[in-house]
Unconditional design. Sequence first.
Length: 360
Amino acid sequence: MQDELFTHQASSFAATRKDALAQLDAFIPFAGRYARDRNHVIPSHTNVSKLSPAIRHRLILESECAAAPLRRYAASTVEKFTQEVYWRRYWKSWLSLRPQIWTQYLNELTALQNDPAQETIRSRAARCEGGESPIAIMNHFARELVETGYLHNHARMWFAGWWIHIERLPWQLGADFFLRHLLDGDPASNTLSWRWVAGLQTPGKTYLPRRSNLEKYLPPDVLKTHHEGLEILEHPQALILPADERPAITRPSLPPTASLHAGKIGIWIHEEDLLIEQSPLRSLNPKSIIATRDTATWKRFRYPKVKITWLQTAIDDGAKRASNAFGIEAKVSGDASIAEALLRCDTKGLHRNWRSRMVD
Ligand SMILES: Cc1cc2nc3c(=O)[nH]c(=O)nc-3n(C[C@H](O)[C@H](O)[C@H](O)COP(=O)(O)OP(=O)(O)OC[C@H]3O[C@@H](n4cnc5c(N)ncnc54)[C@H](O)[C@@H]3O)c2cc1C
């Protein structure tokens, strides 16, 4: 049943480059009021771009999103939007330099999911995910996330703050709930935002959901319908988690690009970058292109059908554009592990080449 608090569905989020560019165009008239309106959580979410799934999978580039409003407004008018677009890149770079934070999160999550001693915690978390908590508005947000694959940024902050500081559930289970359902689910933006709400990312700073803040940024009729339990948010107290050790920085070593031009070349398209024809690989002359659906990861993180359908459309779109750009067919593989798919991708000579590259 459609909740009156949201009017969109997963299918309203652009899953092709053409739709993402059209969605960006349609957002431009609202960009001038973004700084004033962005924190208000209204059912249509027309005060924000809703481009995050397309940006996250690179159907559209951050630089395109930042440049488009500047064709109509002064930089100072749309500064807030530009800043938000580049927050994403900041989180991405921060985590790339400290990959151990992601590994640590996965290890902690696995322990929480499998330890028999955590059974009570898991059941409480499952009730919150299923919209069976004492706070009606949080139940609504859980439903919106599951049904549409999206939540407004302010709703994400309220929900995460409630989960951690009021329900006192482990942040890792909440982050997993978000990553599983969000169409824009991203290891960097999601993990680091949850850590920020928990007070781990900026030590000493936590985010608390307060009733007065919800009353300010949600329409009154929405709060009237979802008022049960709001009193619980009147005087929230922060849970203070032990601070991490300051994570060490690891600088990745990148291969020299010149070596990419040697020998026969195959291009692998995956959901991390669906705009390969505008990437540094665009000057290559590939003999083969394969686009993979990472079904093993989707299964591991228990992605729901809504998200898998969106990803499949986006990957097919990336493959089609790559095919047009490079002038060769792009095969889409979805029924094998990525390694198997890559090894099988060309039987006419690339096979050995792929194998040696993977062994390297
Ligand atoms: C607990 C929590 C979890 C989050 N998980 C994710 C996630 O998995 N993936 C994700 O893309 N964003 C995440 N965010 C950030 C933010 O909520 C979403 O990017 C934003 O709500 C997407 O909606 P939009 O496209 O309409 O944003 P707009 O307001 O239109 O902003 C434009 C673009 O800027 C970027 N952006 C905006 N706000 C942020 C922010 N606070 N941090 C980083 N980038 C931002 C996004 O790419 C977004 O599409 C999370 C935030 C919180 C508090």
